[in-house]
Design a protein around this ligand. Structure first.
Ligand SMILES: Nc1ncnc2c1ncn2[C@@H]1O[C@H](COP(=O)(O)OP(=O)(O)O)[C@@H](O)[C@H]1O
Ligand SMILES: O=P(O)(O)OC[C@H]1O[C@](O)(COP(=O)(O)O)[C@@H](O)[C@@H]1O
Ligand SMILES: [Mg+2]
Length: 549
């Protein structure tokens, strides 16, 4: 209680000395902005002139005179792998760690705040506890032991009592980057509607065609009318692209246009791009917020439970698997083979298999397999055909690439414009290998179905539409509340703000020693195709226990 009260007193004191900053508006250069900022500082009491949020916390701590709750929370600033990026880590008792996100007050300790317009909105003011308490955090791990530390937490998303933008001053922009994903249009729609209806923001721009659109294309005007029906269509009305991330040109464009809120909808690559933009914005001391909304049908983004589009992609994949099953059961020794997306992570294949119940074998990038000999794929196919006369195989596009690379040497080095590995068609390759192997042994009817782009080009389903809406609203609330340099994401079913470095430091993968993969193996009754050595060296790179729903 004491720290909360002191913290509020501190913020009240700070509010008293607030000034109106316009550092990001207009066409000011970085040096002009600096100058403008420093011109305004003398208006603040000397005592609080250089008081950052951190030093504010320390001030409260010293005032509190050794109170237990104040003794423990300490903010440690650690060096980051990304230049100029300070990691905000708050530690507390019982091994509590908050991996916090940057806030405007870190760089602009005296920037003004305003009452949240939602508090005058009849629809929200009746909602009990609509505003999120500043102390609310969400644990990354929810399975704990009596004596285990409380571990890493992330800041809970949602609206705050005070905001750091006046509605009329906001110039927001939205960009979609990377591959398509069901729900992109819904997220665009809900950012526009959230900004407009909740916060009265009128100036919102769409960036045309991904990152390069910042500097190579005109912007697109967005309002609640223009986005009204877009959620019914797949794709993105803004267009998207790979490559073209030129940080300097992008931030020049943000600065020149006077944009002060940047919403970036994209996958792991896009979030790395967002982090680079945020770093440059900070370096230039611009009062511009950058927020990421994770887009990934592959579910290759760590920390989060899942993001929008995945559910729809898995549902759409069922149509291909059903067709494969019908074909396989209609012919002697029928094999239906379906290739699904998943460059480095096999979540779509794994969940489509678990959902379908018709799949006999699921092959993913994380689980090595081999074709010939005892325990190999050919032996299993032979066994399953003898038992039931047909089978369905689901293969993720990134599976077995090492086997393909043995035959196609140059395939190891090919990359797309964003630097992602370009894959060979494992579906075609494995179909041919199976046909060749059984050619002289038995009649085989193999039908290869490749629904690749169909599962991501569709509009999002009902559950993903809800997911898109909540993510978009959470991003808008976070930005308006002054948080910065974050990706919004579901952690254990709660929306959180996650620092970019945690999102970009590794990829999420299926952990084949985790219980979910074991559940799949028991559902299909397929062998693991793993040799003992593979188990030992199995990359434990995923977040064990992700996809918990
Ligand atoms: N390490 C990086 N730094 C800066 N920008 C990046 C980085 N990786 C990817 N990007 C940019 O992010 C955008 C999307 O990346 P991509 O890998 O194609 O898709 P996704 O975001 O869906 O993973 C591209 O414009 C790409 O240039
Ligand atoms: O052919 P494209 O459009 O470059 O994309 C193919 C890749 O896009 C994805 O659908 C999604 O990847 P991103 O998240 O990097 O956009 C992958 O599953 C697939 O390998
Ligand atoms: Mg990606």
């Amino acid at each position: 209680m004491i720290i909360i009260t002191l913290s509020r007193i501190f913020h009240r004191c700070m509010d008293y000395f607030r000034f109106r900053s316009s550092s990001s508006g207009g066409r000011s250069t970085a040096s002009e902005t600096d100058h403008h900022h420093h011109q305004l500082i003398p208006r603040i009491s000397r005592k609080y002139r250089s008081l950052s949020f951190d030093s504010g916390l320390r001030l409260i701590a010293s005032l509190s005179n050794n109170h237990q709750r104040i003794e423990s929370p300490t903010r440690l600033v650690m060096s980051s792998s990304v230049s100029n990026s300070d990691r905000k880590i708050v530690t507390g008792s019982a091994g509590y760690i908050l991996e916090d996100v940057p806030h405007f007050t870190d760089d602009f300790p005296d920037c003004p705040t305003y009452p949240n317009p939602l508090q005058d909105n009849a629809a929200y003011s009746v909602v009990k506890q609509y505003f999120v308490d500043d102390d609310d955090t969400v644990p990354q791990k929810i399975v704990v032991h009596p004596d285990s530390p409380r571990g890493t937490h992330f800041r809970r998303a949602g609206p705050r009592q005070r905001v750091y933008f006046e509605s009329d001053d906001v110039l927001a922009c939205i960009v979609t980057c990377g591959g398509l994903c069901p729900g992109l249009n819904t997220v665009i729609r809900e950012i526009v509607c959230g900004l407009s209806y909740m916060y009265g923001v009128k100036r919102i721009l769409g960036i045309d065609g991904g990152y390069r659109g910042f500097y190579a294309r005109n912007t697109i005007h967005l309002d609640t009318n223009t986005v009204n029906d877009i959620h019914r269509s797949g794709g993105t009305i803004l267009g998207t692209s790979r490559g073209g991330h030129d940080t300097t040109k992008i931030v020049d464009s943000i600065q020149d246009r006077g944009i002060n809120q940047v919403y970036i909808i994209g996958g792991d690559g896009s979030q790395k791009g967002a982090a680079a933009i945020f770093e440059e914005i900070r370096r230039r001391k611009l009062k511009v917020a950058v927020a990421g909304i994770p887009k990934t049908i592959d579910n290759d983004i760590p920390i989060i439970d899942r993001s929008f589009g995945f559910d729809t992609a898995v549902e759409e994949a069922q149509r291909a698997i059903n067709a494969a099953h019908v074909e396989a059961t209609s012919f002697e020794n029928g094999i239906g083979l379906v290739k699904l997306m998943g460059r480095y992570s096999g979540f779509i294949a794994m969940y489509a298999t678990l959902a379908s119940r018709d799949v006999d074998c699921c092959l993913i990038p994380e689980s090595p397999f081999f074709l010939e000999g005892p325990g190999g794929l050919f032996e299993f196919i032979s066994k399953r055909l003898k038992e039931s006369g047909h089978m369905v195989i689901v293969i993720a596009e990134g599976a077995g690439q090492d086997l393909l690379a043995e035959s196609i040497e140059e395939s190891k080095t090919l990359k797309d414009a964003s630097g992602n590995k370009l894959l060979q068609d494992v579906g075609l390759w494995i179909s041919q290998r199976i046909k060749d192997h059984f050619a002289k042994k038995m009649t085989l009817n193999l039908k290869y179905i490749d629904p690749t782009y169909m599962i991501r080009a569709v509009p999002s389903n009902a559950s993903d539409n809800v997911c898109c809406t909540l993510l978009a609203q959470s991003a808008v609330h976070g930005v308006m509340a002054g948080y910065n340099g974050f990706t919004v994401g579901l952690v254990n079913g709660r929306h959180t703000y996650i620092p970019f470095y945690r999102i970009t430091e590794k990829q999420n993968k299926v952990v084949t020693t985790d219980r979910m993969w074991a559940r799949l193996l028991s559902s299909t009754n397929q062998p693991s195709f793993m040799k003992h050595d593979d188990i030992d060296s199995n990359q434990l790179v995923g977040e064990p226990g992700t996809m918990k729903w």
